[in-house]
Write a new protein. Sequence first.
Length: 79
Amino acid sequence: MTKPTKPASVGGDAFRSAKWDELTAGRDFSPADAPTLAPLVGWRQVVERSMDDTGANVACRWPAKTTWATSRRCRSCPR
């Protein structure tokens, strides 16, 4: 499998670098795909920040060890 070279703008940011690695893992890309993939991981970062700012990524705040809390977990908690 061919993996495109990670641009410096992506490699210098921990979030973008991790998304790049996630996106390219196990997939076959040509080096010419790098200019398209770089903005894609950038936009993914924008989406994540927006979700954080609006509270869409808020996890359950209840202690997971209590019976009451585990029986009523929010949708973002692991089941």
